[in-house]
Design a protein around this ligand. Structure first.
Ligand code: APR
Length: 236
């Protein structure tokens, strides 16, 4: 039984699946229905911005209907009640961690409810639709507004901060991610290298399963609250 001081938690789409948001690579996932090259690359946006706007407008509308689940709430509780530090690094662009009350949060792939002006670089809270004529509230230019989401081939956000956190962590937990997408899929190796205990909580073993010292498989809404209970009781 270890009393962990500095916990870093990587989350992925599997965490929000039971809230009603599709994952990407499960059989009925988003990438089974959409071509990521068309809707999630800068090249796709340049080729057909209207299609990309429609895709994210649809996801914003779906997002308005969902609520955080027991796994989101358990992680917010861990942050509140853990004596040390808890930081969530999420690949998710949804705002369900925030809705559950998590504070120390890094959206490494951006946020669905923010828009980015590719002319002036400003970002804006955005819950409605975006289109070709949407003007940037700061610089006023149009045709440059895009979802503030990190697309394939683009650099994720706050990577220096994440590297420092992984270097200082004594517990690294990965939840609801398939381990297919780098750099996030490489975090377990970095944390392990720095001496952290590594735990995977996922429906099934991920691509990176062999890197983890410990794994619990099941639905996030069940295994995450149970694991948080053990952490807070000091029996994990
Ligand atoms: N509870 C726990 N895990 C689940 C659940 C659930 N209810 N449902 C699905 N999972 C697991 C799946 O087994 C899978 O391993 O969640 C994982 C989801 O994997 P992906 O769909 O690949 O999503 P993710 O790993 O978050 O994708 C990474 O890829 O498409 C890009 O930028 C996008 O952030 C995303 C990144």
């Amino acid at each position: 039984m270890a009393a962990y001081r500095d916990i870093v938690i990587l989350t992925g789409a599997g965490l929000s699946a039971e809230s009603g948001l599709a994952t990407f690579r499960d059989k009925d996932g988003i990438w089974a229905r959409y071509d990521y090259r068309e809707v999630a690359t800068p090249q796709g946006f340049a080729r057909n911005p209207k299609l990309v706007h429609e895709f994210y407008n649809m996801r914003r509308r779906e997002h308005a209907k969902v609520r955080p689940n027991a796994a989101h709430h358990a992680l917010a509780r861990l942050e509140r009640e853990h004596a040390g530090r808890v930081t969530i690094v999420t690949q998710n662009i949804d705002a369900l961690h925030e809705a559950a009350g998590s504070q120390r949060l890094i959206h490494m792939h951006g946020e669905l409810l923010r828009a980015l002006c590719s002319h002036c670089g400003a970002t804006h809270a955005w819950t409605g639709d975006l289109d070709l004529y949407t003007q940037c509230p700061r610089c006023g230019s149009d045709a440059g507004m895009r979802p503030d989401v990190v697309w394939f081939g683009e650099m994720p956000y706050r990577m220096d901060e994440i590297a420092r956190l992984l270097d200082g962590a004594d517990l690294f937990i990965s939840i609801g991610t398939s381990g297919n997408v780098y750099p996030a899929a490489g975090f377990v190796a970095e944390a392990r290298e720095a001496g952290a205990h590594t735990v995977e909580l996922n429906l099934e073993p991920s691509e990176g399963a062999s890197y983890f010292a410990e794994a619990l498989h099941g639905r996030a809404s069940e295994i995450v609250p149970a694991y948080v209970e053990r952490l807070l009781a000091g029996t994990a």
